[in-house]
Write a protein that binds this ligand. Structure first.
Ligand SMILES: [Zn+2]
Length: 388
């Protein structure tokens, strides 16, 4: 049995190690994406296929203690000047007009709209959208589109994301250094002491005193950083600090806890554009652009006309803002919407998911209502396809 094989010290190190690893695994709603890297620009975190649920999934951040990570997410609702659509959860497909919207409550990562719960990736995101909806509800219908336009456009602002990233890095730089030293002190120095040095009087005190100082300093720096960067309620901030008082591994990954929340106001495409290498960004934004350009009705087959109109309005705002952002980056959307490299016997392809078919025409099996395009007739074929 493990408890007979391991000494008390080894068991403590093992438990802290397991908690550290669990801090690197995030359980996120489907609309969220995590970026993480130990060096240089960030890349999408590992998303294991066996840890996927209907509306959520796990993402594993870089395990390296000095790694950086950022989480961004789309909203789980669509908003138009008329009302809002629930896009995920048990009530997905529901439309609520602003006249019918009686209550808007943000409770950590959950936003309740007329008591219908929607899950955000971060509590800052839920609080931000709750504030926006309360403002929209109080406005006359003809003034809502201007407010929404500003909100969508600012969520795609590369300058704002870059500024935010600089602020986050500045506010968490000392915290990341302390977190790294705490990691090294616990796992590296602790192991070296345990396995190579004979126990002697005062040894434990000399080990635990710096550990306590690092732990406490990390908690204090985390408290300052989250107060500076996040808009969470003070109760939630205190609750996080209290958790760290019982978990040195939590302090080792403290900067991840902040970056999970800090980019809530931004669209994942804009965040990806700033934190990723250009080539990786193109691959990431490609799918997003195709989905906006070719919406499928399959996700909400029985939705009302009001729902569809509001969702389409919201989607068009995002498509316009994304196009504008790509223009700012000198990326031609046509380049991202090209046909895939043609398989030998393929005759058509789906412009939404890029699946290829031997059919001459028809609709995509996965996207249901998306008409297939012929390789020869599609406007933006890739070089390899053109050569065939
Ligand atoms: Zn498809």
């Amino acid at each position: 049995m493990m408890y007979k094989v391991l000494s008390d010290t080894e068991l403590i190190l093992l438990i802290i190690g397991v908690i550290y690893l669990s801090e690197c695994l995030l359980w996120l709603p489907d609309q969220a994406v995590a970026f993480s890297a130990a060096f240089g620009r960030l890349k999408p975190a590992w998303r294991p296929a066996f840890l996927q649920r209907i509306d959520s999934h796990a993402e594993i951040l870089s395990l390296v203690p000095w790694s950086r990570s950022v989480i961004a997410a789309d909203w789980p609702i669509a908003v138009s000047p008329d009302g809002l659509c629930i896009l995920s959860g048990s009530k997905s497909g529901t439309f609520i007009s602003f006249d019918e919207l009686k209550s808007v409550e943000a409770d950590q990562r959950t936003l309740r709209l007329n008591r219908i719960a929607t899950k955000f990736a971060a509590s800052d995101g839920a609080a931000y959208v709750a504030k926006l909806l309360q403002e929209l509800r109080s406005l006359p219908a003809d003034q809502r589109s201007d407010v929404l336009n500003v909100a969508v456009e600012s969520s795609f602002s590369l300058a704002d994301v870059s500024r935010r990233l600089e602020n986050v890095e500045r506010a968490t730089s000392n915290l990341r250094i302390v977190s790294l030293f705490l990691f090294l002190w616990v796992f590296v120095h602790g192991s070296v002491l345990y396995y190579t040095v004979e126990p002697h009087p005062g040894m434990l005190t000399r080990y635990l005193t710096p550990l306590g100082i690092l732990w406490l300093t990390g908690i204090v720096l985390f408290a300052f950083a989250q107060r500076r960067l996040l808009t969470n309620s003070s109760t939630e901030q205190i609750s996080r600090i209290a958790t760290m008082c019982f978990s040195p591994a939590g302090v080792m990954r403290a900067s991840s806890a902040i970056t999970r929340e800090a980019f809530s106001a931004f669209n994942p495409a804009a965040v990806a554009a700033v934190v990723m290498w250009s080539s990786s960004f193109r691959a990431t934004v490609c799918e997003r652009l195709r989905h906006l350009q070719h919406p499928s009705e399959a996700d909400f087959p029985v939705a009302s006309d009001e729902f569809k109109m509001a969702r389409d309005w919201f989607r068009n705002q995002h498509l316009t803002a994304l196009m504008k952002m790509l223009a700012e980056m000198s990326i031609a959307p046509e380049d991202l919407l090209k046909s895939p490299i043609r398989d030998n016997d393929a005759r058509t392809w789906c412009p939404r998911c890029l699946n290829q078919y031997t059919l001459e025409s028809g609709t995509c099996h996965d996207c249901v209502d998306i008409s297939l395009l012929g390789f020869a007739e599609s406007a933006g074929e890739s070089c390899s396809a053109t050569q065939k």
